[in-house]
Design a protein around this ligand. Structure first.
Ligand code: IPE
Ligand code: IPE
Ligand code: MG
Length: 238
């Protein structure tokens, strides 16, 4: 079983278009998929679930769609907080959340505070997030610590650098799921997915349910994670 599953929730717009509806209709119908996957991961004992909800690049979408997404975020938080708490889910965020509208930030902070002592699944919402933004931010903070004499340049290694990332303390995802068939990572967790197994499904995000999560995990369990070694090294004939 993976400890950390990450998901690029994609295809809401196409789902709505197929139904002849506005894109926001697709986003609204995506909430059930979020519920299903969160509940499914919690039931399986997975420790971390990271959901890519809004990218740095998504700020370039039409204002009406952005406003609709932010409103949906606030309403969903208000609606789901009770269930999250009952299921021991701890909510955290990664990304430049200071760029979100004030009411979004306030509701997020409230939900984070309400769930901070929960001991089950950690649900990591990536909001106004991109991998390059995260790496640049980390590099700047590390450079400052070097110039302030807090870190010796020679002492920098992968473990030190990771302390400066948004995901500090969280293990890298073993499995990354992307829905809607797109074969790209779209600036998601660039550092963390160095050796992550990728699972891309044509299913559109609003149609994604627990059974699809189980299929993805099953596919992951069939993979041989070699980390550069040979298959023979991993399976010596006795
Ligand atoms: C994913 O669905 C949701 C967000 C990026 C916020 P899209 O809105 O990207 O849906 P498509 O890719 O246009 O179908
Ligand atoms: C990636 O989806 C971002 C999120 C799922 C939040 P996009 O739909 O924005 O990705 P691109 O632009 O098609 O690569
Ligand atoms: Mg998309």
């Amino acid at each position: 079983m993976p400890q950390h599953v990450a998901v690029i929730m994609d295809g809401n717009g196409r789902w709505a278009k197929k139904k002849g509806a506005m894109r926001i209709f697709g986003h609204r119908n995506a909430v059930q998929a979020v519920r299903d996957v969160t509940e499914g991961c919690g039931e399986l004992g997975i420790k971390y679930l990271t959901l890519y909800a809004f990218s740095t690049e998504n700020w370039n979408r039409p204002k009406a769609e952005i406003d609709g997404l932010m409103e949906l975020l606030v309403n969903t938080l208000k609606q789901e907080i009770k269930t999250l708490s009952e299921n021991q889910v701890r909510l955290v965020t990664i990304g430049e959340t200071s760029h979100l509208p004030g009411d979004c930030q306030a509701n997020l902070q409230w939900a984070i505070d309400q769930t901070k002592n929960n001991s089950g699944l950690t649900l990591i919402l990536a909001l106004s997030y991109s991998g390059r933004w995260e790496i640049m931010k980390a590099v700047k903070a590390l450079a400052k610590d070097v110039s302030d004499g807090k870190v010796a340049a020679d002492a920098i290694n992968e473990a030190v650098f990771e302390n400066y990332l948004q995901t500090s303390g969280i293990p890298d995802p073993e499995l990354l799921i992307r829905t809607s068939g797109e074969m790209r990572v779209s600036n998601f967790l660039l550092w963390q997915i160095a050796y992550t197994e990728l699972y891309i499904t044509p299913t559109l995000w609003p149609d994604f349910r627990k059974e699809h999560l189980y299929e993805a995990i099953w596919a992951y369990q069939q993979r041989e994670r070699r980390f550069g070694k040979t298959s023979e090294q991993l399976n010596p004939v006795s």
